[in-house]
Design a protein. Structure first.
Length: 213
């Protein structure tokens, strides 16, 4: 390489690289610790519509280098139709029945991140399965944030029944005491999804550490 093109690093830059490298290996060690602490269990994300379960779940899975599974998507694949269509054609009860079966099947997957639909954890049987076979994480969000997020998509059948604010308010009252049974609770706010992923990773690391000590 001609002398002029050679990359020259000063002392501070070399130190920066060394430091960056140390941070990276610390982060990788944390990822490895979490993965082995999972002992093949799934991480199950629960929470209301708009809490970010799918977006955050996808990123979390990619950070952990494990598969990402989306319960609603799997239900749609199994039924050969969209969630809204299942509600329309067969009603909520049939959807819940399919949801219970699909979640039970997905929980048998080895170490994956599973995003559930907002109602899945409300089923007692499903909740018990999740609690015995997986590590549950509640993505807890304020009403205003949920409202802002759900307004971006009009595919959610439960929100078509009336005013989104009052429906979500009711669901918060009914569901938050149940979601609170999840093993970990992560408060999500306006910030980037990446921050939520970081919070989950920190929380998982602590949880796994506590369980190993
Ligand atoms: C539901 C949430 C939806 C979907 C269905 C019912 C619920 O999933 O499963 O419309 O009961 O809260 P998301 O939470 O992924 O929107």
């Amino acid at each position: 390489m001609p002398q002029g093109n050679r990359l020259k690093l000063g002392g501070a830059q070399k130190e920066g690289l060394r430091h960056g490298g140390a941070e990276m290996s610390k982060a990788n060690a944390a990822i490895d610790a979490i993965k082995s602490g999972l002992e093949n269990r799934c991480i199950v994300l629960v929470g209301l519509m708009g809490a970010g379960k799918t977006t955050v779940g996808r990123r979390l899975a990619s950070r952990l280098r494990i598969p990402f599974l989306d319960a609603d998507h799997e239900i749609e694949e199994a039924a050969g139709m969209k969630v809204a269509e299942i509600f329309e054609k067969y009603g909520e009860e049939q959807f819940r029945d399919g949801e219970r079966k699909v979640v039970a099947r997905l929980l048998e997957s080895q170490s994956a991140v599973l995003a559930t639909g907002g109602g899945a954890y409300m089923n007692e049987e499903t909740r018990a399965l999740i609690e015995t076979q997986a590590i549950s994480v509640w993505l807890k969000a304020e009403l205003e944030l949920l409202l802002e997020r759900v307004a971006r998509r009009d595919t959610r059948p439960l929100l078509k029944a009336g005013d989104a604010r009052s429906i979500l308010e009711r669901l918060i009252t009914e569901r938050y005491p149940i979601y609170a049974q999840a093993r970990l609770t992560i408060e999500t706010g306006e910030g980037p999804h990446e921050h939520v992923v970081q919070d989950i990773l920190r929380s998982l690391e602590e949880f796994i550490g506590l369980n190993n000590s």
